[in-house]
Write a protein that binds this ligand. Structure first.
Ligand code: MN
Length: 382
């Protein structure tokens, strides 16, 4: 029996203010692309079941575009006649009872099974039971729901547990309302054939549990997430034998991470000690998200080197962000540089980076005027 597990697809997420040819935020489009890649793989692999462990959408009230995209993809999945089981994560659960959970829109598909009502739900098939524990805003309810789940384990079938939470403190995402699975209940995992987790965005096995996995997200929701490998998990379960000894061990035959191809993040460092002569290799930055760190900067250089100049070094990148790191040791010349530089000059250089020429000229006059006024009032000799 084959299961595909994916999670944290965050449809509707957008970032970086880059618009593509179809007038869609490029990062938003990247997330749709990642989802489509998983669906393409599902068509090829033809698993027996598909599971998604939460954060299908980035927000609990997604945009029309995100909803439309999801409905199109779900129609494709539904037509494959493979049962698709989904649970709600913290991003798709409304924080108040006033708004309806978005996953409700999938209730009318024949092969799609959703669990979003902040309580345990058992989704049962002939040979397998999916124990779903969607995101719950209230931790006290959560404990009673875990106990319900435990009571429903069916030793004559395969048992799969699905949750969107942190297991142990090492998987905390520092997000509002995240749910930490109680340590004293972790022994339940051993009674399951596989425990599918969502919430943590990197693929990986959880601690000492050999059958407990995060599939990770399908894209990066922050540039701080430097992991370049994203994808889904393919689980092969042995067909259950009736012998008592076999049921003592709940170990899937194989668990394999399948990578999809996502936009790379490339980090570059530019040492400003010898800025003029530094050669930069941009050959690996095509369509990439590029992060450039300028190091050993002096304050004067920081004004001279504008972000626009750095961006020109990577003409084929999707986006370029610049981080500035100043030289730590200030020798005499540097101190002189700082003193020679007025606050007004600093400020003007900053404005110049973001404004176009006409706008800069207009602002420049205003700024000069303001600084003149300030200097007058600050001059106590008057
Ligand atoms: Mn998430």
């Amino acid at each position: 029996m084959k299961i595909i597990h994916f999670s944290d697809t965050h449809l509707g997420y957008n970032d970086l203010e880059v618009i593509n040819e179809e007038n869609i935020n490029q990062r938003e489009a990247d997330f749709y692309d990642a989802f489509s890649q998983v669906v393409e793989q599902i068509k090829i692999i033809k698993p027996d079941f598909i599971i998604h462990t939460g954060d299908l959408f980035h927000r609990s009230s997604p945009s029309n575009r995100a909803i439309t995209f999801a409905l199109e993809q779900f129609k494709i999945i539904d037509s494959l006649k493979i049962p698709f089981i989904l649970i709600a994560g913290n991003h798709s659960t409304p924080r108040t009872n006033l708004s309806a959970p978005i996953l409700k829109i999938f209730e009318n598909f024949e092969n799609i099974f959703v669990s979003y009502e902040q309580k345990y739900k058992k989704i049962e098939f002939k040979e397998i039971v999916f124990h779903t524990l969607p995101h719950m805003n209230d931790e006290t309810t959560a404990l009673s729901q875990i106990e319900l789940c435990e009571a429903e384990i069916d030793a004559s079938k395969k048992n799969i547990m699905m949750m969107h939470c942190s297991v142990g403190a090492s998987y905390l995402m520092q997000e509002f309302g995240e749910w930490v699975f109680p340590r004293e209940k972790e022994y339940i995992f051993e009674k399951m054939d596989y425990v599918a987790l969502g919430h943590w965005h990197g693929f990986g096995r959880v601690g000492k549990h050999e059958n407990v996995y995060y599939s990770g997200s399908t894209e990066r929701t922050s540039l701080g997430d430097k992991r370049n490998s994203k994808g889904f998990v393919e689980i092969n379960l042995d067909d259950k034998t009736n012998s008592k000894t076999a049921s003592l061990f709940h170990m899937p035959r194989s668990i394999e991470f399948k990578e999809i191809s996502i936009r790379p993040i490339v980090q570059k460092e530019l040492d400003c000690e010898d800025y003029e002569n530094t050669l930069i290799d941009a050959s690996d930055t095509k369509n990439a998200i590029v992060e450039v760190k300028l190091t050993n900067l002096t304050p004067l250089q920081s004004i001279d080197i504008q972000n626009a100049d750095i961006k020109k070094l990577f003409p084929h990148a999707m986006s370029v962000t610049v981080k500035r790191e100043f030289k730590l040791s200030t020798n005499e010349t540097n101190l002189a540089d700082i003193e020679a530089l007025s606050l007004e000059e600093y400020f003007l250089a900053h404005i110049k980076e973001d404004a176009n020429e006409a706008e800069f000229e207009r602002l420049k006059n205003k700024i000069t005027e303001l600084f003149a006024q300030y200097e007058e009032s600050a001059d106590d000799t008057l």
